[in-house]
Design a protein around this ligand. Structure first.
Ligand SMILES: [Zn+2]
Length: 244
């Protein structure tokens, strides 16, 4: 649904006068943020789904560079990554005034840390494993891959680093969160086939296609139950409970 357009002149002044110095953005961060603003808020929408190739083409750099600058903007709180899967990235882009509103009110708020670490001022400190965001924090994503022993949770195929991803067992559009109880490592093919449907459906399809024997299907369904019950806890990196 489209919303009222913001005042573009006001937004651009705020980007220079507030967003850049406060979030310590460099010129490329600013260019990527402006590009995303132009295709979202200045067109009356908050969210945008796009591929890295689209962003790379629009900015004139390679896909890996596009991913790197997206992560920087997420870590700074200028955008929010809602979903990242086979179809691309779904992000929410914040206006400067919204970024300001998300910052702590205290005049003594701590300064931002060194990039690309997630900003401590934009996330509350995590005190238990259930508070941790395993989707957006790189070291915690790695913990999920390690828990699955770098194999696809669904088809058990060995994962190659460039073709692995994290899947929300309960899709984000169905309010699935970024907890270790809802994230599994999987191959790109299983991620695309499952999409927003129940994980058990994909497992049954793999069984019908004879890609999973009956005993393995039963064990994967049990693993799904164990996952949601919090019994598949990944090994946490050092100081993870301060990463939030
Ligand atoms: Zn798979």
């Amino acid at each position: 649904m489209k919303t009222k357009l913001p005042n573009a002149a006001h937004v651009w002044k705020q980007v220079d006068d507030f967003v850049m110095p406060t979030l310590r953005l460099n010129a490329i961060d600013r260019a990527v943020y402006s590009h995303l603003l132009r295709h979202t808020r200045l067109e009356g929408r908050h969210r945008l789904r796009f591929t890295r190739a689209w962003l790379a083409k629009g900015m004139g750099f390679c896909g890996n560079t596009a991913r790197s600058y997206l992560r920087r903007l997420v870590s700074r709180g200028a955008i929010r990554l809602i979903e990242c899967n086979y179809e691309g990235n779904l992000v929410e882009v914040f206006l400067p005034d919204e970024i300001r509103a998300r910052l702590p009110k205290s005049p003594h708020r701590p300064l931002l840390g060194k990039l690309p670490k997630p900003s401590p001022i934009l996330r509350p400190a995590a005190t238990t494993i259930d508070d941790l965001d395993f989707f957006t924090t790189p070291s915690l994503r790695s913990a999920i891959y390690a828990r699955e022993r770098h194999a696809c949770f669904y088809c058990l195929r060995r994962l190659k680093k460039r073709a692995q991803c994290l899947d929300h067992v309960v899709a984000q559009m169905h309010s699935g969160g970024n907890s270790y109880r809802n994230l599994v490592a999987c191959c790109v093919e299983c991620n695309a086939r499952k999409a927003h449907k129940p994980a058990a459906d994909l497992l049954c399809r793999l069984f019908r296609e004879r890609r999973l024997p009956a005993a393995t299907l039963a064990s994967r369904l049990r693993a799904l139950e164990a996952l949601s019950a919090g019994k598949l806890r990944p090994r946490l990196p050092k100081n993870a409970l301060r990463l939030g």
